[in-house]
Design a protein around this ligand. Sequence first.
Ligand code: NAP
Length: 448
Amino acid sequence: MPALDEKLAVLYEEVLQRNPGENEFHQAVHEVLDSLGPVVAKHPHYVDAGVIRRLCEPERQIIFRVPWVDDQGQVQMNRGFRVEFNSALGPYKGGLRFHPSVYLGIVKFLGYEQIFKNALTGMPIGGGKGGSDFDPKGRSEGEVMRFCQAFMTELYRHIGEYTDVPAGDVGVGGREIGYLFGQYKKITNRYESGVLTGKGLAWGGSRVRTEATGFGTVFFVDEILKARGDDLDGKRVVVSGSGNVAIYAIAKVQQLGGTVVACSDSGGFIVDEKGIDLATVKEIKEVHRGRISDYVERHPHAQYVDHTSVWSVPCDIALPCATQNELNGTDAGLLIANGCSIVAEGANMPCTPDAVKRFEENGIAFAPGKAANAGGVATSALEMQQNASRDSWTFKHTEDRLAEIMRGIHERCLATADEYGSPGNYAAGANIAGFTQVADAMIAQGVI
Ligand code: NAP
């Protein structure tokens, strides 16, 4: 990782010591501090007032036991987390992840990123994240429901529409949000719509929330292209993953005239030179919860490769939409050699620091997740607005708001990168713009 400014290096060393073994969290903190050199040179009070130090320590970290009974009558036990990272701009806001890899370091990296991402949206939301090491794969409907109920039986006392508003993430979609909301309502005897986002349309959800992260990422790419006098028409795109973010990124690329030739899951990837048939992917993943390898049974001209790195497939635009650290320096080298000119992170921190460095050195437009995938949380904030006003907006109105928000984030990243001497550097622009807004609010609110 690149060397930090002297004062920031001291703060980073303290983060390493206070949070041993939390590698993903260290990586996320380093990535932000790496952009802040010119900021502290110009405004030393951010260090002197202890703002950066406080920003790297969550306001509250909750860890709890989640006991539940499986279909065989056996008692199972998981661990639950909610990290309420920063509330300078509004109630803590961020998703819940259910995946066996979840531990405190993953939740903290995601919560930390969320602070700056939420600031960039321009909406009044703070940063938080949560989840569990529960693995929903292979579990029955009844087991998933009982787990969600057990999880909410503890979580309910920490959340609320003015306190902390969770949503979905990996392993937590509409089904899980339904069970979580039901249990919250039963325990509290309150129909508090604004306590969770990602709800079903019939009971307080927002149109476009399901599509928002993938759509938003592609809107951001469209803005990058527009700034160069170009558009998506005829562009060749590779997407990783085939979950919520990937599916709706593929949909929007196709709507705007691009061709997605490859996508993946944790088992391998498919290449379809005619363009991925999204209806097949949706049926495999959303209906049957199956494997992406099943795609070639219905499209024999396509190819399945039993390897997770899809980045050897040549493309103009790469959209990593699967998981953290899925695109490394070698993958970046392959993309660059094959003529890729734009990389936008639909997932959170999918590109390793080495990959990002190679993109920067080679003039690739790199859109970091905290900017490019902010459309999901922005639309969650739109859901909160609709809940607060007991309203329900049309698809078009909501999608137009999302596109406008993504345009705003793009402009803000570019303007801030210019102001701090890194023109065209979206990562620097996103980190600095998000940081300064949160830091100024923290200073105004005193040492709390
Ligand atoms: P999801 O619906 O659970 O989908 C994740 C996808 O990634 C699945 O297809 C999964 O495959 C695949 N995957 C996992 N590890 C992989 C690997 N090593 N290589 C290739 N594919 C892999 O989750 P999601 O909601 O789309 O979230 C994806 C990413 O976007 C995460 O980083 C999340 O934090 C971020 N994000 C999500 C939202 C949102 O609104 N959902 C908002 C902002 C950011 P399997 O099916 O085999 O597991």
